[in-house]
Design a protein around this ligand. Structure first.
Ligand SMILES: *[C@@H]1O[C@H](CO)[C@@H](O)[C@H](O)[C@H]1NC(C)=O
Ligand SMILES: CC(=O)N[C@H]1CO[C@H](CO)[C@@H](O)[C@@H]1O
Length: 490
C-alpha cells in the first residue's frame, strides 16, 4: 500500500492537473453557471452549519441503544457473480431469505429502482457461504456497523460522550472511540452484516440500477434479543444523558422468536424509556421493517415514548400506511418530490400526536400515554426535511438541517471535505410546499439554501443535498445524517 501511495503521490498531482486542464477545456458555459451555483450552495450550507456551536460547558451526553455488528461491505454484483448466482427473470419481494433463488429475486427487486433494503437470512448455510465468498472478494471492507454504533461514532466525533448499549466482542470494543462507553455483555462471535453495495447504473444481467444504494443481509444471533438492554438501563441512571437514542430494532424483524417473546422485549423497552426523566429527549431511528406485527408493536410500545423520529423516504410512507390502518409498503419511490414528503410528514406528525391526545383523554397512567411527537426528520437522497414543534426543547433547526445535508455528502463520498466536483444538486429549482392545489412554491436560493417556515404549531425546514457522485459508501448514511442533525439540537 505504501509503495502504491508514494507512486500515486508522485504522478497523482500531475494527473490531477491534467484532468483539471481538460475539465476547464471542455467546460461549457452552462456547466460554469451550474458549478457556480453549487459552490454558492456549498458555502452557504457550511455557513449555516457553523452558525451555532454546541453551547455546552461540558461535552453533551448521549445514550444510544441497541446492538451492533461487524459490517462486511462488498460490491453486490461481484459477490452474486462469484457465488454463481444468475440474475432472475422474476424480481420478487420476500420477507426473509431461505435460499439462493430468493436472494436473487429479492436483490433484483430492490436493485432495479435502487431502493435501500435489509433482509434476515433464515438459512444459515447460505449466509455463511455468502460471508465466506465475501471474505476474499477484492475491494471488500470491514467496518463497525449497526445503527447504534454508527450513531455513537458520529456523536462522539461531533463532541459528545456516549453510552452505547450493545453486546460486542473485545476487538469490536477496542476500535470504538474513547468517548464511547459500552453497556452490555461480552460475546465471542460478533454478528456480521453483509452489505451489498452498488453504484448508480450498475449492471446485473439485463438489469441496471437507477441509483446507488445497498442491499443488506444478516443472520444475527445476539441483536434481536436486545441482549444489552438491562445493563444499559442500569447504567443509564447514573449517566444522566442529555439525549436518549434508540435504533437497531429492525434486527427483530422476521426473526423466528417464540410467541410473545418480542412483545415482552419491546414492552420492557417501553418501560425503560418511560421511566427515564420526563424532560429527557428520546429519539427513535426507524429502519427497514417488513413484518406487519413488529410495526404494530413499535406503534404500541416504542413510538409513543419518542419525542423525535428519524427515517428515510422508504420508511416514511411505510409508517404512514400503517398509521392509516393499511398494510406495509415494501417499496416506494426512491426519489420522491419535496411536496410529497412534506405532506406525508405532516400526516405522520398529526396522526402520532392525535394518538397521544387520545391516550391522554382515555388513560390515567402517564407511562402509557407516552409523549407528544415534537421532531420529525426525514432524510432522502435529494434533500433533508424536518418538522419541529414551536417552543419544544429542540434548538437550531435551520443549522441542524444544513448539517444533516452536508453529512449526507460527507458520508457517501467518504470525506469530511466536500468537493463540489463530486457533487450534484438533484432537487428542483423550486419546490411546492404541498401537493394541495394552490400551494406556495419556494425557490431554491443558492445563498440561503435552507428554507424554513412556520405552519400550525411547528416549523418546517428543507435543505438540498449536494448528492455525492463518486460513491464510497451508502450504508450507515441515515445513521450518520440523523446523528449529525441531532447533535446541534440538544
Ligand atoms: C440453504 O442454502 C443452501 C446453500 O445455498 C442450500 O443448499 C439449501 O437447499 C438451502 N436450504 C433451504 C431449506 O432452502
Ligand atoms: C462520512 C462519515 O463521517 N461517515 C461516518 C459514519 O459513521 C461511521 C461510524 O462512526 C464512521 O466510521 C464513518 O466515517
Amino acid at each position: 500500500l505504501c509503495i502504491q501511495l508514494t507512486t500515486w503521490m508522485k504522478y497523482g498531482s500531475a494527473i490531477s492537473l491534467f484532468v483539471v486542464i481538460l475539465a476547464i477545456w471542455f467546460r461549457t458555459p452552462d456547466n460554469e453557471v451550474l458549478d457556480g451555483r453549487l459552490d454558492t450552495v456549498l458555502s452557504s450550507l457550511l455557513r449555516a452549519e457553523s452558525k451555532v456551536g454546541m453551547n455546552h460547558v461540558a461535552r453533551p451526553k448521549v445514550a444510544i441503544g441497541f446492538g451492533g455488528c461487524v459490517d462486511l461491505l462488498v460490491d453486490g454484483v461481484s459477490l452474486l457473480n462469484k457465488i454463481g448466482l444468475t440474475p432472475t427473470d422474476r424480481p420478487l419481494h420476500h420477507d426473509y431469505i431461505e435460499n439462493a433463488e430468493q436472494l436473487s429475486q429479492s436483490f433484483t427487486y430492490f436493485f432495479i429502482p435502487g431502493a435501500a433494503a435489509e433482509r434476515f437470512v433464515l438459512n444459515e448455510t447460505l449466509f455463511s457461504e455468502l460471508v465466506e465468498a465475501s471474505r476474499d472478494l477484492p475491494g471488500n471492507r470491514w467496518s463497525v456497523g449497526g445503527n447504534a454504533p454508527v450513531m455513537a461514532g458520529r456523536m462522539a466525533t461531533e463532541g459528545c460522550d456516549v453510552l452505547l448499549g450493545g453486546s460486542f466482542s473485545p476487538d469490536f470494543t477496542d476500535v470504538l472511540s474513547q468517548h464511547i462507553t459500552v453497556a452490555g455483555n461480552i460475546v465471542e462471535e460478533p454478528d456480521i452484516h453483509l452489505i451489498l453495495e452498488y453504484p448508480s447504473g450498475a449492471k446485473w444481467g439485463q438489469y441496471s440500477s437507477h441509483r446507488a444504494n445497498r442491499y443488506i443481509v444478516h443472520s444475527d444471533d445476539h441483536n434481536p434479543y436486545l441482549a444489552s438492554m438491562e445493563e444499559f438501563a442500569k447504567k443509564l441512571k447514573d449517566f444522566h444523558p442529555d439525549l436518549l437514542v434508540v435504533g437497531g430494532l429492525q434486527m427483530m424483524d422476521n426473526f423466528p422468536f417464540q410467541s410473545g417473546e418480542r412483545a415482552a422485549l419491546l414492552s420492557r423497552l417501553a418501560e425503560v424509556l418511560a421511566t427515564s426523566s420526563p424532560t429527557l429527549g428520546v429519539h427513535f431511528e426507524m429502519a427497514s421493517f417488513v413484518e406487519e406485527s413488529i410495526m404494530e408493536d413499535l406503534l404500541h410500545y416504542v413510538i409513543p415514548q419518542a419525542d423525535s423520529l428519524g427515517m428515510n423516504e422508504q420508511e416514511l410512507p411505510n409508517l404512514l400506511s400503517l398509521l392509516k390502518g393499511s398494510t406495509i409498503t415494501v417499496l416506494s419511490d426512491p426519489n420522491p418530490r419535496v411536496a410529497t414528503v412534506l405532506d406525508q410528514m405532516r400526516e405522520v406528525y398529526r396522526m402520532v400526536n392525535q394518538r397521544y391526545k387520545d391516550a391522554v383523554a382515555q388513560g390515567d397512567d402517564a407511562q402509557t400515554w407516552g409523549k407528544p411527537l415534537t421532531r420529525l426528520h426525514v432524510h432522502t437522497l435529494a434533500f433533508q426535511a424536518m418538522i419541529v414543534t414551536r417552543g419544544s426543547q429542540w434548538k437550531n433547526t435551520m443549522s441542524a438541517t444544513a448539517k444533516a445535508s452536508l453529512t449526507a455528502n460527507r458520508h457517501v463520498c467518504g470525506s469530511d471535505d466536500i468537493d463540489p466536483n463530486k457533487a450534484r444538486l438533484i432537487m428542483d429549482d423550486s419546490f411546492s410546499v404541498s401537493r394541495r392545489e394552490g400551494s406556495q412554491r419556494i425557490p431554491l436560493q443558492e445563498s440561503r439554501p435552507v428554507s424554513c417556515w412556520e405552519e400550525d404549531d411547528y416549523e418546517i425546514c428543507v435543505a438540498p443535498v449536494l448528492v455525492c457522485t463518486e460513491v464510497y459508501q451508502t450504508a450507515g448514511g441515515g445513521d450518520n445524517i440523523s446523528a449529525a442533525g441531532l447533535v446541534l439540537q440538544i
